[in-house]
Each structure stands twice: as structure tokens, then as C-alpha cells.
Write a protein that binds this ligand. Structure first.
Ligand SMILES: [Fe+2]
Length: 268
């Protein structure tokens, strides 16, 4: 069994700048530290976009410094709060496809990991998209999986969650992406962007998304404000890759966690 740690929506700011009173770097270090301490045998850490809050070089530099000497390989992706050029200026070894998009394929014995770059337009355009070139890249990646189970990672969900503020800025050509993914019955899709742990399926495509290490989204199905945030525990995801598929765990961090036995029962 292969373990993969997933963290999404880190939102690193300039030193001292907070988001709803939270220090994103402190929260990232807390969650990252817990994840690698709990799972030193993980094969990979995937950072699923919104690495920074404003896409500034200094913010990428702070993240790069925090990841220096990481004991587990780190695979970064981009989100709507990122600026590709600034990211690439700092993360010189970041995986890119031939067109310069931050995308990568990793083949494991039973799985093919496909990380996508859904960033679209200028910084203040928060919806995502996969242009024809990226759609063609994804199509080829899926076609050549050679029997492996495709695990697809993208920041922007290509489906609606019911949280309308975020649904208004999801993947603009989500319908096209779902139609493609639906052709692969074993595919599992992982997304970020919403800052909540949610799972479901769309057109038969199973998907999972995770909370952020920092500020979380709100379960409000009516308010169109996509900046609504709440201070809940920081979270990382842990994927267990089995011969049969994938198991997705979500782990909260940052409060006293004491494992106890229930003296009144032998089970949950
Ligand atoms: Fe985010």
C-alpha cells in the first residue's frame, strides 16, 4: 500500500499578514509537521494549489524555505490565488508540461497520478479552466494510463457543491472535463478550492475534496460571498493507494489529540 499526503489551500502570506486572524505559515507548519510525523513512510506530498494568498514571489519564497529539506518529495500545484510566472521563478524544479503549465504524471504500480493546472486568466480571475491544450494533455494522460487506476488532482472542482459563492468560481468548462473523466470507470478525482472536506460523485465520477491547513469554508448554501471563512482545525488528507483503488482520510490537526479507549463499550 502506498501513502500520499495531500494538503490544499495553504495561502501563504507576507510575514505577519493574517487571514481571519490566522497566520497561514504557522498553520501550514503545524499541519505539515503533524502529517510528516504521523506518516514518515508517505511516498509523496501533493500541495493542491492556492499555495500563496496573493501570488507574490516573497510568498513563494517563504513556502519554498518552509519546504527546504522536506523528508518526503513534494509535488506543488496551482490554484486561483497563484501566479504561474512568480511560482516558477521560485520553484525552479517544479514539474511543467511542454506548454509551461504546472502539470505532471506519476506512474505507480497500480495507479497513475495526474496533477492538473486549472489556473486561468489574471490574478483576480478566480474561476478556473482547462484550455484546449490542457484538455488534450489530460485526454492523452488518461488514454495512456495502461490499466492503472487514474487519480486526478485539480484545484477547481468541475462540479457544483451547493456552496454557491464557490460554485460561481469553479471550473468553467467543468462539464467537458466530467464527460471526459466519466469514460474511465475507475477514476477518482481530488479537488481543493472550497476549503471543506466533501465527497460525492458527478456523472459517475467519484470525487473527494479536503479542508485547508488554515481558514475553512462555511456550509452556507445561500450567501454568494466566496470569501466567507471560519476558524476550524487545520487539516491534511491521507490517501491510501490499494490494488483495488484509493481510500481518502481527512485528519484535523491543532488541538490536543489524546487517543483513548471507551471503557463503556468494545466498539464505536
Ligand atoms: Fe483557497
Amino acid at each position: 500500500m502506498i501513502k500520499i499526503i495531500v494538503m490544499t489551500d495553504i495561502h501563504i502570506t507576507k510575514k505577519g499578514n493574517k487571514i481571519i486572524g490566522l497566520d497561514p505559515m504557522r498553520r501550514f507548519q503545524e499541519v505539515y509537521g503533524a502529517a510528516i510525523a504521523d506518516h514518515p513512510d508517505a511516498a509523496l506530498i501533493i500541495l493542491m494549489g492556492d499555495l500563496t494568498h496573493h501570488g507574490k514571489i516573497i510568498q513563494y519564497q517563504r513556502l519554498s524555505d518552509a519546504l527546504h529539506n522536506a523528508p518526503i518529495p513534494v509535488l506543488p500545484m496551482l490554484g486561483n490565488h497563484d501566479i504561474r510566472e512568480n511560482f516558477r521563478e521560485v520553484f525552479l524544479d517544479a514539474p511543467t508540461d511542454d506548454a509551461g503549465f504546472v502539470q505532471k504524471i506519476i506512474d505507480l504500480p497500480d495507479h497513475r497520478l495526474i496533477t492538473l493546472d486549472t489556473k486561468d486568466g489574471p490574478f483576480d480571475h478566480h474561476a478556473g479552466s482547462l484550455c484546449p491544450a490542457r484538455m488534450a494533455w489530460l485526454k492523452a494522460a488518461l488514454e495512456r494510463a495502461n490499466g492503472r487506476i487514474p487519480l486526478v488532482f485539480m484545484h477547481h472542482p468541475p462540479f457544483k457543491t451547493g456552496i454557491i459563492g464557490m460554485d460561481n468560481i469553479n471550473l468553467e468548462n467543468g462539464s467537458e472535463v466530467l464527460d471526459l473523466l466519466a469514460q474511465y470507470p475507475t477514476v477518482h478525482l481530488f479537488c481543493g478550492h472550497i476549503h471543506r472536506t466533501i465527497s460525492g460523485s458527478s456523472r459517475g465520477v467519484a470525487w473527494t475534496m479536503f479542508k485547508s491547513p488554515c481558514h475553512q469554508g462555511v456550509l452556507d448554501l445561500h450567501d454568494p460571498d466566496s470569501s466567507l471563512s471560519i476558524d476550524e482545525h487545520g487539516t491534511y488528507g491521507l490517501l491510501l493507494l490499494t490494488k483495488d483503488g484509493v481510500v481518502a482520510h481527512s485528519q484535523d490537526v491543532g488541538f490536543p489529540q489524546k487517543i483513548q479507549r471507551d471503557a463503556g463499550s468494545t466498539t464505536h
